[in-house]
Design a protein around this ligand. Sequence first.
Ligand SMILES: Nc1ncnc2c1ncn2[C@@H]1O[C@H](COP(=O)(O)OP(=O)(O)OP(=O)(O)O)[C@@H](O)[C@H]1O
Ligand SMILES: [Mg+2]
Length: 231
Amino acid sequence: MMAGRVKFGIVGLDVMLAGGLLDRSICTIIGAYGTGKTTFALQFAYEGLQQGERVIYISLKEREEILQATMAQKGWKTEDFGDRFSLLRLDPTDFNLAISSIKSELPALIRSTGATRVIIDPISLFEGIFVDESVRRREMFRLTEVMRDENCTLLLTSEGGSVNRDGSTHGLVECLSDTVILLRYVRSPGFTEVHLTIEVAKMRRSAHSREIKPFDILQDEIVVYSEASLF
Ligand SMILES: Nc1ncnc2c1ncn2[C@@H]1O[C@H](COP(=O)(O)OP(=O)(O)OP(=O)(O)O)[C@@H](O)[C@H]1O
Ligand SMILES: [Mg+2]
């Protein structure tokens, strides 16, 4: 595996990413409700913390105490990481707060904490603040541009699009990201079971797997079955 890759700490996924995300790149995980976006994002945060990094997790959906409880349930002792872990919840219905926090205060926070992993979960709620399509495009472009000046790898999550099921809600973030990971529900033949699958749809400047792999969310880890084949 290549050195200098930013790992999820999920063996099968890191293999699909040829070792992990590129340092200082922007990755988006796209999936419908319940496909595991938050679970992957938390795992990405935890892996960074275990590597001694500083991590900022901005939650636009779930409350801080719920995410803390989720991590505790996995047996992760987040208190051990002290101020290396900043978990912030922003209210996406508070237009001014969400915009000023993400646009203006986030770069300052990244610099003051020295965070090398930043997560926004889900970015689709931030995008949804902008009613005007052209304003949304401009604001998202600005956000990703600003983040590219920071010394960190950015992980975004997005709800899936209702029209294009390979795309995000607003069809925008996947174009601005370096890496796109798709999570999906797949019904078994006979419709007796639902499987979750993962694929790397895009990865700029890197080779990557084009296979669709099944995965499971277990109590304390995500397992990507890299040897298994769905078809
Ligand atoms: N401790 C656990 N053990 C087993 N499965 C779990 C556990 N925690 C979560 N899951 C599975 O993960 C799913 C939810 O994952 P997660 O919250 O990461 O999804 P999400 O894509 O972020 O959803 P949303 O769009 O609603 O935010 C649950 O529906 C459940 O199937
Ligand atoms: Mg979620």
